[in-house]
Design a protein around this ligand. Structure first.
Ligand code: NAP
Length: 647
């Protein structure tokens, strides 16, 4: 789109053009800047330009207009007083004319107040005499404020049949922020929200009015919304997971054409997405299951995006997604095509599961420091800020340091918040998925369980009294303990990530998704909630291995930190601290690195009571054996029953 703002000197072309540039994100140009020096010299001396003087200037501008159009559009302030001047500039169908006019007195006053401008105020009369009023375009009296004029222009321009590049359904927290992100990247966006009579009315149209922007259009009617999209339609759903998605797809089905693209940007369960990708494919509709992370702020300023599903569809929206995504340290978008089917939603689910683990681990750290080391929240906040610069950089730790510093009156806000944690599904789904795929998941599973226990506040309060529970402070050196808690947390964090990535590896292999863990780590280095210094390291690590526990650098790190994790767990448990994720991570680690585990006894017990059979060590045949344990016991030691153990 090319917008040309015309009018005599003093009509406010530059002010309005610059304002429009902000509202449309199109670059602004002032035609005066393109005059040859001979013209400027004449105007400075108060000598009116002739048409002969203007001809090369207008031709030059016309060529620029064609260039700007190719680059996505521009706004040009140009007096264009005569019709033949305007016709010289009319080199494209995409030109919109805005004509500013006003009382001579106002124009004179403005010109007299202007400094550092070569236009001689004496030329106003000649300009007014030259002005040939056009019969097209928008005519605006400059008596209004620039804001009023700008709003009128945006409303006028929106009447033209411009199709939006993308449509968003669901104007909740995420949908609104993503819409603003798209338009700030000059991607034409239509938005729609359902109507619930008496409760949810005119949500999308009101949002578009409140955020007046040429690139934003709000619709309360689904049909009109879909009409406003360019073909093939690209529709992003930002609504709750589950039945809402299926209902919305049903409503859309009558309107969609083959080749249209639907993107589910919510936290849908990946198995639902697997099904939807193939169901939609059968109808000729492309379906992308896209994980989005970063919360409200990320969605607005740059989220981490995890699209998966139909690759052909991805290629059609790739540039838009790249534009709105966060950028990694090398300036590349934190967005990648994850893989087929619901893989994008799958990795988002695991991302959230790691997020659960990280949040719970930090919560355990805060409890240990606060009630074990008797530090107040402000002190803990300062300690965490130091940790951020000492090998533990992470978004979640950063926001925790902020939270701990917040007071309401004399009290810490944290102490006023009910200790009952909410959850929406992704943590639990990860756990179910891990169980279904036989992947050990205890550290992250414990984070889910901890939230469940926390939500039983009334029962906990009752039992707390019955058991006289209270934390007991540690009697040891605070400085040494602080360092040990830090090391324990550092290792717990490594194990949490190892747990989540091992689930991704298993499911990727099972579905032949061929997930790229280095690339997944890269798109999680910014924009998302689990971005951290560790994540930056994982980008390199997963180029070399598929398990942190096999990576040389991490093997030595784990060895070094292990004694502090186990020490802090022992100390904490013996002083009545609940440390579910800390403890589970240590058990998980030991369970992974132990060569001779206690499971031989489990197999023996299973065979004893259920004849489930067992395999034998060093038996290359892999055969299954059953023992008659009663008989074997008698045969093994027939006289031992009543004998005391030998010394
Ligand atoms: P939200 O603020 O609760 O908004 C939900 C939106 O969906 C609202 O516009 C709501 O419309 C609409 N909606 C609800 N039920 C619907 C139905 N049956 N049919 C059509 N529209 C319906 O939710 P949100 O935080 O934006 O989250 C949207 C999706 O993104 C969810 O899947 C969520 O899990 C995911 N997500 C959220 C975050 C986050 O930090 N919030 C981060 C990543 C992903 P009404 O106004 O009419 O109710």
């Amino acid at each position: 789109m090319i917008i040309i703002v015309t009018g005599v000197s003093g009509s406010g072309k530059t002010t309005i053009g610059s304002l429009l540039s902000k509202r449309t994100r199109l670059p602004f140009f002032d035609a005066d800047d393109f005059h040859p020096s001979s013209n400027i010299e004449k105007m400075t001396q108060g000598i009116p330009l002739t048409d002969h003087d203007r001809a090369p200037w207008l031709e030059n501008l016309a060529n620029h207009i064609l260039e700007w159009e190719k680059e996505g559009g521009a706004i040009l302030a140009c007096s264009a007083l005569r019709e033949n001047y305007r016709q010289t500039l009319q080199v494209s169908q995409n030109i919109h004319w805005i004509h500013l006019y006003g009382e001579k007195g106002i124009l004179e006053e403005r010109l007299n107040n202007r400094k550092d401008h070569y236009m001689n105020p004496g030329l106003l009369d000649s300009q007014l005499a030259t002005w040939e009023e056009p019969e097209y375009g928008l005519h605006l009296n400059v008596a209004g404020t620039p804001e009023e004029l700008g709003s009128s222009i945006i409303k006028y321009l929106k009447n033209f049949d411009m199709k939006s590049k993308i449509g968003i359904i669901g104007m909740g927290v995420m949908g609104k922020s993503l819409a603003l992100n798209f338009i700030s990247n000059t991607i034409g966006t239509s938005v729609y929200n359902r109507t619930v009579q008496g409760k949810e009315e005119k949500i999308a149209s009101t949002f578009a009015e409140e955020n007046l922007d040429l690139n934003l259009r709000g619709y309360d009617d689904l049909g009109e919304f879909l009409q406003s999209l360019e073909s093939p339609k690209k529709i992003l759903l930002m609504i709750p997971a589950g039945s809402a998605i299926d209902q919305q797809l049903d409503q859309l089905s009558g309107f969609l054409e083959k080749g249209d693209i639907v993107i589910d940007g919510g936290n849908s369960f990946y198995e639902d997405s697997n099904r939807r990708v193939s169901e939609m494919q059968e109808k000729g509709i492309h379906y992308l299951a896209m994980g989005v992370s970063g919360g409200e702020e990320g969605a607005l300023k740059g989220p981490s995006l995890m699209p998966g599903g139909n690759k052909e569809a991805f290629e059609q929206v790739e540039d838009y997604l790249k534009s709105i995504a966060a950028k990694d340290k090398n300036g590349n978008a934190c967005m990648t095509y994850v893989g087929p089917e619901g893989s994008g939603h799958f990795i988002k689910m695991v991302h959230n599961s790691i997020e659960y683990g990280e949040m719970q681990a930090i919560a355990e750290v805060v409890h240990l420091l606060r009630f074990g080391l008797r530090l107040n929240p402000s002190e803990i906040s300062r300690i965490m800020r130091n940790w951020l610069n000492d090998g533990l950089q992470s978004y979640l730790l950063e926001i925790t340091a902020d939270i701990l510093a917040v007071k309401e009156g004399e009290e810490y806000l944290l102490d006023l918040i009910l200790d009952a944690a909410g959850q929406k599904g992704t943590g639990g789904w990860s756990l179910i998925t891990a169980l279904n795929h036989h992947v050990p998941y205890s550290p992250l599973a414990e984070a889910v369980t901890a939230r469940q226990l926390s939500s039983q506040k009334t029962k906990r309060s009752e039992l707390s009294k019955l058991f006289n529970h209270s934390f007991r402070a540690f009697g040891e050196d605070k400085v040494i303990l602080m360092e040990r808690v830090k090391n324990a947390y550092m290792l717990c964090r490594i194990i949490n990530h190892e747990t989540g990535y091992s689930l991704m590896k298993e499911v990727s292999d099972k579905y032949s998704w061929n997930l790229n863990f280095s690339e997944i780590s890269r798109i999680w280095t910014n924009g998302c909630i689990i971005r951290s210094g560790l994540m930056e390291e994982l980008v390199e690590v997963y180029q070399e291995t598929d398990s942190l526990l096999r990576h040389k650098k991490f093997i030595s790190k784990v060895k070094e930190l292990k004694k502090d994790l186990t020490y802090i767990i022992g100390l904490g448990l013996s002083h009545d601290f609940a440390l579910p994720v800390f403890s589970a991570s240590a058990n998980y680690l030991l369970g992974r690195i132990i060569e001779n585990s206690s499971a031989n006894l489990i197999q023996a017990q299973r065979d004893y009571f259920g004849a489930h059979t067992y395999q034998r060590k060093n038996d290359a045949s892999g055969a299954f054996y059953h023992t008659d344990w009663q008989k074997a016991k008698e045969q093994s030691n027939p006289n031992s029953q009543n004998k005391p153990p030998s010394s």
